[in-house]
Design a protein around this ligand. Sequence first.
Ligand SMILES: NC(=O)c1ccc[n+]([C@@H]2O[C@H](COP(=O)([O-])OP(=O)(O)OC[C@H]3O[C@@H](n4cnc5c(N)ncnc54)[C@H](OP(=O)(O)O)[C@@H]3O)[C@@H](O)[C@H]2O)c1
Length: 287
Amino acid sequence: MTIIKGKTVLLTGASRGLGVYMARNLAKEQATVVCVSRSESGLAQTCAEINGLGGKAISIPFDVRNLEGLSNLAQQVNEVAGPVDILINNAGIEIHRIFADYSLEEIQSVLTTNLLSVMELTRQFLPSMLERRSGHIVNIASLAGKKGVAYSSIYSASKAGLIMWTDAIRQELAASGIKVSAICPGYVCEAGMTVDSCVPIPKLAGASKPINVANAIIKAIKRNEVEVIINENVILEYFTKQMFAIGQISPRLVDYMYRWMGVVELNQKRVESLEKSEYLGIDSPHK
Ligand SMILES: NC(=O)c1ccc[n+]([C@@H]2O[C@H](COP(=O)([O-])OP(=O)(O)OC[C@H]3O[C@@H](n4cnc5c(N)ncnc54)[C@H](OP(=O)(O)O)[C@@H]3O)[C@@H](O)[C@H]2O)c1
């Protein structure tokens, strides 16, 4: 069992959504949390809350799409907080579109934020972890990486890539003392990118509470879990796993199930909602 107390954790995507719940939980475990995101004000709010509760949080505003700059970020983190014990790659974006309507810039932005930055940031922290023969890399993926999701194909591809890359490096690092986990939440209610799109989540798909996602991440770190599927309750988690297993034999059947559960319709509505806000000139925080 890993003890989180006293550890230094680098958490990306800490300015809003699930990251805030993760930061709170890590602070409760008495870790030092280095919070990274673009929004200075969002980070300041997260850090103020944690420091106000007697925890220790440090804010470093940074755009993880700046791949060449990630070595500077790593250096900055080392200077202010010392070596990182746990890296939680949580920053992520989702842009809903009919595939042919994506711009190249949108495709690059999703893949860079959700996949390339994770690889590069991990690469920056690995040498120090290898030297110490300890460390934990926790990648926040999604159920969208286990089965393709219509109208969110680039996000799905980024998360599928993240899950496979996590799987590969976990095996590669098996004897190194470094642990690697993939966390795959389904839809999340109350906070985060699904709620912010203002389209109701279909009942049959399930919707986890953000606190339960954050609790599952703490458990995954403590128990060194390999891949964690998170849904609203254990029954839906079991159903989800069974469905993915069936999908290996009959992907078309699971296509049908996704339609029946309302997942395809939900994302169609999210495309319409995004297009409407773009038409009205409302900037999405999820880009
Ligand atoms: N909510 C869900 O339903 C759900 C389900 C499955 C998986 N997930 C995954 O969980 C993670 C967190 O999602 P969420 O729901 O909390 O989303 P969210 O509310 O949109 O928050 C995303 C976080 O990522 C940060 N971020 C985005 N682009 C960034 C960039 N270029 N550089 C640095 N930080 C950046 C954002 O901060 P700034 O905008 O300040 O940069 C924000 O803190 C994501 O990886 C997501 O894919 C979410």
